[in-house]
Write a protein that binds this ligand. Structure first.
Ligand code: SF4
Ligand code: SF4
Ligand code: FES
Length: 347
């Protein structure tokens, strides 16, 4: 037999809303998402809430529970006191669509901006080889379920809408770190990119993102700090700095007096000592953060003007987005396209 518990749930839409009180039955072993479902089945059938797996794996039931960003399906009711009021609100950093559902497309835009993994041009498919030690380095970051709790928590954008253009957020810093650690990624220097275009410099390593990550990814310690350290090494190592002054003398942002750049100028002139060896990344880094870059917007609407999903989404033979494997690849692959050979195998 369950007990009655007091819940406050935010109800409303993009025009406004407020917290509404509910007395709702809670049974042993239940999680907050179970209680939301019981509300939908009883007093609030029109309560909007996103969820899919109820197993902490799809990342869709992100919400704020007593002010803490959490997964509804992974938050046990037993973690609250018997008499405690449980307050459930939508993610604060993203615009509300309705009730507990927010528009998280900011994150998809940042994902689109991140240059994709690119192996060397002369590497044939099937010749990709990675040592286990290289796999293990970035394995942690592959656990991300894209719940966007870290993105929601980060103070750089949580209270500063204006920073969203220039800041990609912790989820995309771990993506940059993962690709930076990938031995076959030759696209660009990911550290330089993170600093110059993803707004890594805004992060002041408060570790709030790490604290809320349901996958326990050490976002700050294992991705952000190592990337920051390497950027700083380049920029402030005295020998590298001196070398860059000698070799860059006469260039537009050179300083005739040899004085260090004024930190207040850092937005305009990021002076990276040393070179990544990638001229495109280096040029981008010298220009500094691209404050005015255009953020691409999603090209196909998820719903039409009546709020319904277009029929083509159900009938089209492939999803609207381009396939990451290339549009000319169909599945299942022919058996001779699969390569199971171990790197140490002789033939
Ligand atoms: S550590 Fe950096 S990215 Fe993470 S929440 Fe703090 S400021 Fe944001
Ligand atoms: S890094 Fe963690 S908190 Fe951020 S989106 Fe991935 S799983 Fe969620
Ligand atoms: S419903 Fe999938 S993570 Fe909660």
């Amino acid at each position: 037999m369950g007990t009655k518990r007091h819940f406050k749930v935010w109800r409303g839409d993009d025009q406004g809303g407020d917290l509404q009180d509910y007395q709702i039955e809670v049974n042993e072993g239940e999680v907050v998402l179970d209680v939301i479902h019981r509300l939908q089945a009883t007093e609030a059938p029109d309560l909007a809430c996103r969820w899919n797996c109820k197993a902490g794996k799809c990342g869709s039931c992100s919400m704020e529970i007593n002010g803490m960003p959490r997964l509804g399906c992974m938050t046990r009711m037993s973690t609250f006191e018997e008499a405690e009021t449980v307050t459930v609100t939508p993610l604060r950093t993203f615009p509300v669509i309705r009730d507990l559902v927010t528009d998280v497309s900011f994150n998809y835009e940042k994902a689109r901006e991140t240059p994709a993994f690119a192996p060397p041009a002369d590497l044939a498919p099937g010749d990709y080889r990675m040592k286990q030690v290289d796999v293990e380095r970035s394995q942690e970051f592959r656990k991300c379920i894209e719940c966007f709790l870290c993105q929601n928590t980060c103070h750089v954008v949580r209270d500063h809408e204006e920073n969203k253009v220039a800041f990609s957020g912790p989820r995309y810093f771990i993506r940059a770190a993962e690709l930076d650690m990938h031995p076959l990624d030759s696209k660009t220097d990911r550290k330089e990119y993170a600093q110059a275009s993803q707004g890594l410099g805004y992060c002041n390593i408060t570790k709030c993102c790490t604290e809320v990550c349901p996958e326990h990814i050490k976002i700050t310690d294992n991705a952000i700090i190592p990337m920051k350290e390497r950027v700083v090494d380049r920029r402030y190592d005295p020998l590298v700095w001196l070398g860059s002054k000698i070799f860059r003398r006469g260039q537009t942002d050179g300083d005739e007096t040899g004085a260090r750049p004024d930190p207040s100028d850092v937005r305009e002139h990021h002076s990276h000592g040393g070179s990544s060896g990638d001229p495109v990344a280096e040029e981008q880094a010298q220009r500094g953060v691209n404050w005015h870059r255009q953020v691409p917007h999603p090209t196909s609407p998820v719903v039409d003007e009546r709020g319904k999903m277009p029929l083509s989404e159900f009938t089209f033979d492939r999803p609207a987005a381009p396939s990451p494997f290339g549009d000319d690849v169909s599945f299942p692959l022919p058996a001779d396209h699969l390569n199971y050979a171990h790197p140490d195998q002789k033939d």
